[in-house]
Design a binder for this molecule. Structure first.
Ligand code: NAD
Length: 494
């Protein structure tokens, strides 16, 4: 049964600047529900002037906001969290409509986003500095974590609601103001989030949302009044545009980027639980997760491999693909036609390079009467070699590439040959295997019997090699460090 859609008529997405709702100056584009093909909104492409207005408003709000006590700031966050809970289901359904993911995946995203607000509510205690009395004779010294001003927060399309919340709650809780630029492909849940931020009572200018694309990002990178940027998106943009330009303009930066995650299966793994975890990891969110598994590396003899893969293919073949507002659906469409074509292109490449196509997602049967524009079923390639394109490049879609390794060390070597290092995982019932893997794999997040190694809000969201550029991370304590300068006060009284 289809759940009720919260968006009945196409909306006009506005910017939220200095406590006002304003139309972006640039030309609007349509936001299309990838499952139904229906236009659900139009969103303007903001100009540098729009961004300037937002930064001015944020800059103007900063002196008063930083002087507001941490407890008073936190009280607004508590109200915000309450409003997010009250609107939990609506927020989740909006994500399904703008992105295509299944409703349960959207609910998971909403929950993970709210958890960051909850952790940020503890900022009054978490941001306390430290102190030494008589560090030298008659001299006391202490650290005062101090907000820096205005931060730009740039989001990707794949987690429209949650990802800005890896940063924004911590930024405002520590006394900064934010300008959020959602992905222009999925601006609706961020518009709803800004409405709830307004209702929670953030003073005008503390929380701003500016919609658009590259113009806004370039404007942020050049802006003298932006102290730092958090970016989540692809490696070419994160590394070559964001990280580089922040270095040139002296801004602090967190750039969380692309991935190609490996899931290693040892012959002593719990087969049932491993297959279930693989299904969610490879095909959840239609493979559009930075922590989605992309390469499955099976270690062991032919007998184990054949049984394991036969069960896997059968289970995956039965996955129900359709509109995510139908609760029985297990996989939604890709975000749009261009993404489907891109992923289909990789399937062609895999076939050309000689991998065996054991399950072809292009032949999938969709549940319900929807246009086929963005739907692509789960796809499995076997006999994949580490050097093949489908084993190396980020496909960002529901494609499993299966490789084989003779030993755990060989499997680790395959993992570490990737330029990325975001979320590799091992499935085993052996402590020594798990420990060896954990200690030797180059990955910012490492899993043992975990399919999607997403750190909870209390922990930093890691990443290594081409998956991350920066030092501190989003979420938890590290986010608090990122959004504050450790001002050191040294005092002597004569
Ligand atoms: P993207 O890099 O295309 O876009 C990210 C943001 O940058 C968007 O807001 C977009 O408007 C902007 N942008 C795009 N091109 C730009 C340019 N040339 N100059 C300036 N700004 C530009 O990424 P996407 O397709 O939205 O997201 C998917 C990517 O994000 C994948 O590579 C995925 O692995 C990655 N991702 C990483 C993490 C992580 O934590 N490491 C989490 C989620 C997604």
């Amino acid at each position: 049964m289809l759940l009720e859609e919260p968006i009945k008529e196409a909306k006009t997405v506005r910017n939220y600047i200095g406590g006002e709702w304003v139309e972006p100056r640039g030309k609007p584009v349509d936001v299309v529900n990838p499952a139904t093909g229906r236009t659900i909104a139009t969103v303007g492409n903001s100009t540098r002037e729009d961004l300037d207005d937002a930064v001015k408003a944020a800059r103007a709000a900063f002196p008063e906001w930083r002087r507001t006590t941490a407890m008073a700031r936190s009280r607004i966050l508590f109200r915000f969290k309450e409003l997010l809970e009250q609107n939990f289901e609506e927020l989740s359904r909006i994500q399904t409509m703008e992105h295509g993911k299944c409703i349960d995946e959207s609910r998971g995203e909403t929950r993970r986003g709210i958890e960051n607000v909850e952790v940020a509510c503890g900022t009054p205690m978490l941001m306390q500095g430290y102190h030494s009395q008589d560090i030298a004779s008659g001299i006391d010294e202490w650290v005062i974590p101090s907000p820096l001003g205005v931060f730009g927060i740039i989001g990707p399309f794949n987690f429209p609601f949650m990802i800005p919340l890896w940063s924004a709650p911590y930024a405002v809780a520590t006394g900064n103001c934010v300008v959020i630029k959602p992905s222009s492909e999925v601006p609706l849940s961020q518009m709803r989030l800004a409405e709830l931020a307004e209702e929670a009572g953030f003073p005008p200018g503390v929380w701003n949302t500016v919609n658009g694309g590259r113009l806004v990002v370039d404007g942020m990178l050049d802006h003298r009044d932006i102290s730092g940027i958090t970016f989540v998106g692809s490696t070419p943009v994160g590394r070559d545009v964001i990280y580089k330009r922040c270095g040139e303009t002296g801004k602090r930066v967190i750039a969380q980027c692309g991935a190609k995650n490996c899931l290693v299966v040892m012959p002593d793994a719990n087969v049932g639980a491993t297959i279930q975890a693989c299904q969610t990891s490879f095909f959840g969110n239609t493979g559009q997760r930075c922590l989605a598994a992309a390469n499955l590396i099976v270690v062991g003899e032919d007998g184990f491999y054949k049984n394991f893969m036969a069960t896997m293919i059968e289970r995956v073949r039965q996955m129900k693909v359709g509109y995510g507002l139908d609760e029985s659906i297990q996989m939604g469409p890709l975000r749009d036609r261009a993404k489907k074509e891109r992923v289909s292109g990789y399937i062609d490449v895999g076939v050309k390079e000689g991998a065996r196509l054991s399950l072809d997602g292009r032949l999938v049967k969709i549940i319900g009467a929807y246009p086929e524009t963005a739907f692509l079923g789960p796809t499995i390639f076997e006999d994949v070699e580490p050097s093949m394109t489908i084993a190396q490049e980020e496909i960002f879609g529901p494609v499993m590439s299966v490789l084989r390794a003779g030993t755990l060390d060989e499997a680790i070597e395959i993992c570490n040959s990737s330029p990325y290092g975001n979320g590799h995982s091992i499935f085993t019932s052996s402590g020594p295997y798990a420990r060896h893997f954990q200690n030797n794999v180059d990955s910012g997040n490492v899993g043992v019997n975990i399919g999607i190694v997403a750190p909870m809000a209390l922990f930093p969201f890691g990443g290594m090699k081409d998956s991350f550029f920066g030092v501190l991370h989003t979420q938890g304590r590290e986010a608090l460090r990122f959004f504050t300068e450790s001002k050191v006060a040294i005092q002597r009284w004569f």
